[in-house]
Ligand binder design. Structure first.
Ligand SMILES: Nc1ncnc2c1ncn2[C@@H]1O[C@H](COP(=O)(O)OP(=O)(O)O)[C@@H](O)[C@H]1O
Ligand SMILES: [Mg+2]
Length: 247
């Protein structure tokens, strides 16, 4: 049994073919990144994986269940490039918003833990306007974790951040992944980010996207900044860059 089993997904928007027969298996607890040319269909694939968009063709099973059941079980948390926080709600109120939307009235005991996990301790009563871009994205990640989903789907979550903030959030995300054992599917246009974070990197071709390559990243965990100085790290980046050029 695969944790996530993607079978022959095809998708078109009217006459525009976007995904061309994507099949993929992901193991529980894996960190998988997806890279590919701009406009090739990465966001479309992520939306289909999380049940936000029904595919034109194909099937997805999560822990041997249909997507409908997986959604009801709240198997997914989403993080997008734009954190989309409500400016009139505090950090804590933003994190707890999904609970309110489903009418969960019980006080949420895990909030403090989430603040701590995301390095937001002491910021619960702040409003979004007082936060940096990196802090806002931490809040968005905490909100995605509020139902304790097994799977985190992330679409270029750090794409709008400066290099140093991005590097810090990469390390934080790895720490969260190691502590919580989530399965993470992470879209990025940064080859180096994909290599640094992942167990496997999936390279998509030009639209209509198919899987060009699946590359195992055999770098040691826990990954530290030192990994970025290793010969192997550069070799993976070079290899993937060449693959992307040819796609
Ligand atoms: N809702 C939609 N209706 C029509 N075309 C769409 C829609 N969403 C995306 N597209 C098109 O599908 C292609 C793939 O988009 P997307 O998945 O966002 O690519 P990526 O995330 O790889 O940049 C693009 O050409 C985009 O314009
Ligand atoms: Mg996209």
């Amino acid at each position: 049994m695969s944790f996530i089993d993607v079978q022959n997904i095809k998708h078109s928007f009217n006459s525009l073919n976007v995904l061309n027969d994507i099949s993929l298996r992901i193991k529980e607890g894996e960190f998988v990144s997806v890279i590919g040319p701009s406009g090739c269909g990465k966001t479309t694939l992520l939306k289909i994986l999380g049940g936000l968009l029904p595919p034109s063709h194909g099937n997805i099973t999560i822990k041997d269940s249909s997507l409908d059941i997986a959604i009801k079980r709240r198997d997914f948390g989403f993080v997008f490039q734009n954190p989309v926080l409500l400016p009139w709600r505090t950090v804590l109120q933003n994190i707890e918003l999904p609970l309110e939307i489903i009418g969960d009235q019980t006080p949420f005991a895990e909030s403090e833990k989430l603040l701590e996990l995301l390095g937001l301790k002491g910021f619960g009563k702040y409003y979004p306007k007082a936060l940096s871009g990196g802090m806002k994205q931490r809040v968005a990640i905490a909100r995605a974790l509020v139902f304790n989903p097994d799977i985190l789907l992330m679409d270029e979550p750090f794409g709008a951040l400066d290099e140093l903030t991005r590097e810090r959030l990469n390390l934080e995300l790895l720490k969260i992944w190691e502590q919580t054992h989530k399965t993470i599917i992470f879209i990025t246009h940064s080859i180096s980010e994909a290599v640094f974070l992942s167990n496997r990197v999936i390279v998509l071709s030009e639209r209509p996207a198919k899987i060009d390559e699946i590359k195992e990243i055999d770098l040691p965990f826990p990954r530290t900044i030192a990994v970025k100085q290793s010969k192997e790290y550069f070799q993976y980046i070079t290899w993937l860059r060449n693959k992307l050029k040819k796609s």
